[in-house]
Design a protein around this ligand. Sequence first.
Ligand code: FHN
Length: 475
Amino acid sequence: MKIKRIIIVTVCLIQSILTLAQSEVELKTKWFSDAKLGMFVHFGLYSIPAGEWNGQRMGRNDYAEWIHIQGNWPYGVKKKEYQKLAKKFNPIKFNADDWIKSAKEAGIKYFLITAKHHDGFALWPSKVSKYNVVDATPFKRDILKELAIACEKYEISLGFYYSHWQDWEHNGGAMPDHQTIKSEPLYPEVSDNDFEAYWQEKCIPQVKELMDTYKPKFFWFDTWRRSPQITSKRVDQLIATVKNIDSTCLVNSRIGARMPDIEDKVDYISMGDNHVPKKGRTKTWETSFTSQNSWGYHKMDFKWKPSEDIIKVLVQNAAHGGNLQLNIGPKGDGTFPKPNVRRLKEVGAWMSVNGEAIYGVDPSPIDDPEWGYITSKSMSNGNTKLFLHVFNPTSGQEIELHLPYAPSTSVIPEMLETGEKLFWYPDRKRLNIVMPHFVVDKNVSVVVVKLQRNIYKKTESVKGQNNNLKILEKE
Ligand code: FHN
């Protein structure tokens, strides 16, 4: 009897500790998951050749930031040749204030930049390696510092991408997979001892330096497959390097892609490139999304994604509890490409009237309808606001909203942008809503429905739903 009681008490204790720990993590990541829209920037030496080496378009995945490996295809560009780009790096039109202001106007809440990408080049005056923007280029300005000042001015949270695994400058840094490169034995195999040297001499000290100097609110580390070099011990050391300086600084899951326990160790999950999942995750998550195919600016990549698609992906992720990080590859002169400028304005215009249906929303408590997606907010008075994001609406279209109970007669759906009240009629547990005659937005129109009930409540963790929200079948 006594033993039974001890077991029950211990289990309860463990459960409360786990719940406490979980809510602490949720609290720490709340600003990030509420933000919903971030900007990712890939900027570096590769922004100069912009996808072309000696008059020839680069090979393979056509990611401009990979030109070191994929220029002069299929051989790659020799390290000495590539590093000569530093002497040409002089983005005189770079204006941190302009960048961050345009992010702000687009409704973006946080900003993330490649402090160091795979080529190993640092965008700040690193004391750890002379291969940096101040010591190695004619530009001689601390890009990260200027951006940090602008972020503070516009109240945008600052984060850094840091390539901790691949580093093509340090002799011990990881190199791309040999089987995928047709080149001569251009890249020697890196031994674990060499990698350890890189790790202790460059990676850890640079991350520490970034933490101490710029006080970022989050890090975005990058692996995309399991690697023998990225061991649990190294992941733990890197996380500790960040957290020992600021325990609230967030770390993403691609610090150790495909490691079995990685999601327990980190603060938020980063999807694979451009991966927009059909369902949410139990933990805070984001999709990094390119504007063209390439991350770094590529002058021959014309696969620009329309703003309409970007908005739809933002909505889809928000409905599943995730963020969208829209990537921009600035040009070698430091300006944003024209298609990006336009897209930022268009996304910003949509956000300026529909932001309420995106920022700080909960994922949909209802299954995805066939006409679009739903986001929601539970109000302090116990009511629930549903935001119905109707994709490609047509004049007078009828949409069906399936609820867990018969709707009350006081529900009056209205358009978020115009306040126009909509005709509706109930059909048992269904609400049929008639869209306006004049369609306010032919891409995504948002309808607000205020329900005088709380249709979800906090429950235990449910796989596939963020923030542990589960719909109440019956009240
Ligand atoms: O190789 C990189 C690539 O250049 C880019 O930075 C993306 C961003 O998610 N991450 C890697 C590929 O997945």
